[in-house]
Ligand binder design. Sequence first.
Ligand SMILES: C[S@@+](CC[C@H](N)C(=O)[O-])C[C@H]1O[C@@H](n2cnc3c(N)ncnc32)[C@H](O)[C@@H]1O
Length: 379
Amino acid sequence: MTNSDDWKAHAAALIDQLAEQGIATDPAWRQVVATVPRHVFVPTFYSDDDPPQLLTADDRRWLDLAYSDDTLVTQRKEHPDQPGFAWSTSSSTRPSLMLRMLHILNVHDGMNVLEIGTGTGYNAALLSERLGSARVTTVDIDPELTDAARVRLAQAGYTPTVAPHDGPQGYPPRAPYDRIIATVATEQVPRPWVEQTHPGGLILADIRPRGMTWAGALARLTVADDGTASGPLISCTWGFMSTRPDVARPGTPDMVPIDATTVHTRTSEIGSDALRTPGLSLLIWQRLPGINAFPGPDSTQITTPDGSWAKATKTAPAKIEHGGPADIWTQVEQAHKWWTDHGHPDVESFGLTVSPNEQRLWYQAPDAESWPAPDSPTT
Ligand SMILES: C[S@@+](CC[C@H](N)C(=O)[O-])C[C@H]1O[C@@H](n2cnc3c(N)ncnc32)[C@H](O)[C@@H]1O
């Protein structure tokens, strides 16, 4: 008996575990998870050890982990400008998040789906099992990954269209789609996704800043006849890795050179804990596009692309040090004031409208108040 012979029992246990979390409730998706062999898509992956070990089928932990509700990192690469440190550049997403998203995607027989971020191919296999391979297209920027995924998909009996392609461009040869699902994060919903989706179709995107990834959310957007797409944000604290700008570069934040020769100090009623507060962190990101946050044990430093920076201790009254062209902590304070005045809304109180010229965050309803609020210097 090989390490993988009892995979069906492992898949069944995974479904039970997901059902206990209230996730695998749809019998159709339960059947899909029971049928698709996840281990075929993750012949190797990295352990959580420090440093990470590459596990193979020979390792006694391999099959248990392949059917765990964990994200399995399958590829790591050094950033060309930061030698010596490897970033995760591909993974098989934890099944609970994948199923949650597939449920939100609300697919039906006969629909065409584009997945952005093929990775291992496991999610494309889930979609192919549910809709039939002919209805599924999946793209990844890394041809090594698409080649490997195509082989594994075929091994498991699926033949979706798998193409090496830059995801933000969508995939015109197979458009239009009824559904687009992104399993990689972007800061904006790319315009081609809207253009390549049928009116009435859905886009499920993971939008989050590269430099403050916990501040993001899933956006479930319905495409309208007029070329816009709009819909609610859905809470998702631990989302996806950010898109790579090209195959050789992990989707890491751009480092901003800062000048710390002149340091201003003051106190604030808002400490750096604000940066981690769901709902509020989304607003801070919208006020400070391109924000990077560097949490330390006692304080967090933030930077913006213009070279402004601020360092705040955790709790109020917080000690603020700042420098560069603007005191950016005032933006955090203004976001906090708006958020407090509106009763501490969470992520799901907001939504997004994408039109040809802008991506607009709104509060409670598409035609209601926009964010950043009009008084903001960044609007
Ligand atoms: C979290 S993994 C996707 C998991 C995958 N859906 C699965 O089932 O295994 C994210 C993937 O997005 C890909 N990616 C990153 N930047 C991209 C880009 N610009 N265009 C397309 N794919 C990209 C990565 O190469 C990686 O494989």
